[in-house]
Design a protein around this ligand. Structure first.
Ligand code: MOS
Length: 707
């Protein structure tokens, strides 16, 4: 091979085991709470007993008198913050926005002392009447300026009302999804350490040392550092975030939340000592975001032959009042099916509840439950196969923005899935029985957009050190495989064996990177890594000197914005429903995806079946029950908030089609982190209908809804 020939592309596309696997199974990968620090102190939080009002008085004297208590943090003694981010501007006033909001914290020598001391702090409130009940016709319902991802709030084309009144077949139904809360195995955890001298005298020279170091469990060290520094009134370089391993996140560790500020402010009171804080499982339901509850009014109008004439998807959903979060629930409906007349809209009902955030495929997950159930219902009304209905209404370009698709292989996914699954064996409605069990098949489509965060610069650095290429980027591995696949991308760009590359990720000291969110990590970070590596080779050739270094920045492919860019897929489910108990058993799940080039089949398979498992979990189990009398999630434990486990689905398979998308990102790859979850509940619900003849229009599908 000559130096100027194409890279070998040996590593990308190969099955590579996780480089962090041995560290994790031997318990030596340090998660945030386990980082070794000298002489740590421990935090226990104080939280509000009311949902609205203010703290009128705090008496911490009994707690402070307890041996081992180091400090009690309240709004009265909290260091001042800059009001840059409402959710992070905590303990700056006595105001209470939602139940369980932080009103302070105790720092002590041991976790036990901190917890006991917290029980001794007396907090009095001036309570106001609160509103934590979701009502679709709410007097304060409003139209947000945009929805999550800076997508348009409403879209409209043609005349939906006229098309619906002229349509031969009309479907008009309401679909609902509940609030859900993220529950990664590793609860949010942090260790914060302030440099005493940085906070000390009026003048101090600290050399290279940061003022604040935080070991955090985060989806993005760079973004967390930038936001935390801005709220603290520091320069980014004065704050350091270290986060090499993350035990799951699902969106809840994307943007930082109040816990990070709580531990940061508490640590400031005991500067020089590291303060450790890991949220309890109950606290996970109060402080780190949630997926809002949605109400979706969907209307479809079609001709007798199944051709769609009108699609309307109107969403009402909740938001907390402290900071707006608008789930982009109807966004996927904008790209799925052809129809000349169409509209989507989002309205918010503001409540005295905590702050929502993105949770695994925000928007696409609840919205595609609605749309893909509606499509199944329409197929039933038309007497059509639901796959054929989708194929008939396949658009030849983006039906709303009229751009061509960069690649779109939904039909191929449906066809391939039907073959593998044995769709031709689908029973008629309520036809197949095995004893008490009724058996059914269901299908639904999946999609996930290119959420390119190209406006945020992402950089990578290559350095030649001791015969290894050390590639640094502030990327984050949530258990997804970033440690592993970035090395593969680097190896190919450098044209070396993957064993000659060492990745360095998970620290804000590394070149700035976007957070791990929106299924963008691989193509965005991978873009920066390959640019840096290719430029390194161009400059230094095959025999670089020790210490040679190069930086490179991710760029979206030329002309990317001329295309509508989305991944697609098809989900198939077989269920058995007990006629006696209403129990639903998912026997088989199959997902077939057209998601661009697959960088590593092993980690990709885990991503896809992981997403499908979360879809199953949302279909059958997950629901946060907010008690309007108090305003908090009452089932705030894993005993009461059920999550799918291995035994819930015996047979789960992901497949993918060969696809290379030249406009999505530099590798021809698309994002695969979230598409597995999208539409999956609709496939299960459609299978339940096929089994029983009962249509379920609200998640989760608990047995009581079938009896
Ligand atoms: Mo994930 S919900 O895109 O952070």
């Amino acid at each position: 091979m000559t130096p100027n020939s194409q890279p070998r592309q040996h590593s990308v596309g190969q099955d590579r085991v996780r480089v962090d696997g041995p560290l994790k199974v031997t318990g030596t990968a340090p998660y945030a709470y386990e980082q070794r620090v000298e002489n740590p102190a421990y935090l226990f939080a104080l939280t509000s007993d009311i949902a609205k009002g203010e703290v009128s008085r705090i008496d911490a004297s009994a707690a402070l008198a307890l041996p081992g208590v180091l400090a009690v943090l309240t709004h009265e003694n909290a260091p001042r913050l800059v009001p840059a981010v409402k959710e992070l501007y905590i303990l700056q006033s006595p105001k209470v926005w939602y139940r369980n909001q932080y009103v302070g914290a105790v720092v002590a020598e041991t976790p036990e002392i901190a917890r006991y001391a917290a029980s001794l702090v007396r907090v009095d409130y001036r309570e106001e009447a609160h509103d934590a009940e979701f009502r679709v016709e709410h007097p304060e319902k409003y139209r947000p300026a945009f929805v999550n991802g800076f997508m348009r709030t409403d879209t409209k084309k043609g005349d939906v009302e006229a098309a619906l009144s002229g349509a031969e077949v009309v479907l008009d139904e309401v679909y609902t999804t509940p609030q859900e809360n993220h529950n990664p195995m590793e609860a949010h955890s942090m260790i914060a350490l302030w440099d005493r001298e940085a906070l000390g005298g009026a003048f101090s020279l600290l050399g290279e040392r940061p003022h604040l170091t935080v070991y955090d469990s985060t989806q993005g060290a760079s973004v967390t550092r930038a936001l935390l520094a801005s709220v603290l009134g520091k320069l980014p370089g004065q704050v350091e975030i270290i986060s090499p391993y993350v035990g799951g996140a699902f969106g809840s560790k994307g943007y930082p939340h109040a816990p990070l500020l709580l531990v940061t402010l508490a640590a400031q009171l005991v500067a020089g000592r590291p303060v450790k804080y890991m949220l309890t499982r109950q606290e996970m339901f109060a402080h780190v975001g949630y997926r809002p509850e949605t109400h979706q009014h969907i209307r479809l109008g079609a001709g007798r032959d199944g051709t769609l004439r009108a699609i309307a998807h109107e969403v009402t959903e909740t938001t907390g009042k402290l900071r707006e979060y608008a789930e982009q629930t109807a966004s996927a409906t904008r790209v799925m099916y052809a129809a000349e007349n169409r509209l989507t809209s989002h309205r918010l009902v503001p409540l005295d509840i905590g702050v929502g955030t993105f949770m695994r495929a925000p928007g696409e997950f609840p919205g595609m439950f609605g749309l893909e159930t509606a499509m199944d219902e329409l197929a039933e009304k038309l007497g059509m196969d639901p796959i054929e209905l989708r194929v008939l209404n396949e658009p030849d370009q983006d039906p709303e923005d009229d751009k061509p698709f960069s690649t779109r292989n939904l039909v191929a996914c449906l066809r391939e899935g039907a073959n593998i699954f044995g769709w031709e064996n689908r029973p008629a409605v309520a036809e197949r029985q095995e004893g008490e069990w009724q058996i059914g098949y269901g299908v639904a489509a999946a999609t996930y957009p290119n959420q390119s965060q190209a406006a945020t610069p992402t950089w990578a650095r290559v350095r030649y050190e001791g015969g290894l290429y050390v590639v640094g980027i502030a990327a984050s591995d949530l258990g997804t495989g970033a440690w592993t696949i970035l090395g593969q991308i680097a190896a190919d760009a450098l044209d070396v064996d993957v064993e000659q590359v060492r990745m360095d990720i998970g620290s804000s000291d590394l070149p700035f990177a976007t957070l791990a969110g929106g299924s963008t990590g691989t193509f965005t970070w991978g873009g920066a890594v390959s640019v840096a590596c290719i430029q390194f080779r161009d400059k230094y050739g095959k025999h670089p000197p020790e210490g040679a270094e190069m930086r490179g920045r991710h760029q979206m492919p030329k002309d990317a914005n001329k295309f509508s860019r989305h991944a697609f897929g098809a989900h198939f489910a077989e269920v058995a429903v007990s006629r006696v108990t209403g129990e639903i058993r998912v026997r088989r799940l199959l997902g077939v995806y057209a998601a661009g080039r697959i960088i590593n089949p092993r980690t990709a398979n885990s991503q896809l079946i992981g997403g499908m498992t979360m879809g199953l979990s949302g279909a059958l189990h997950e629901e946060s029950v907010v008690d309007p009398r108090f305003g908090h999630v009452v089932n705030h434990s894993l005993a009461d908030y059920h999550i799918a486990a291995h035994a819930d689905v015996p047979d789960i398979q992901a497949r993918w089609l060969e696809e290379f998308d030249p406009y999505y990102g530099p590798q021809g790859a698309k994002g695969i982190g979230e598409i597995g979850v999208v539409g999956l509940p609709a496939a299960i619900g459609n299978a339940i209908y096929n089994a029983t003849g009962k249509r379920l229009r609200g998640l989760p599908f608990t047995p009581d809804k079938l009896l």
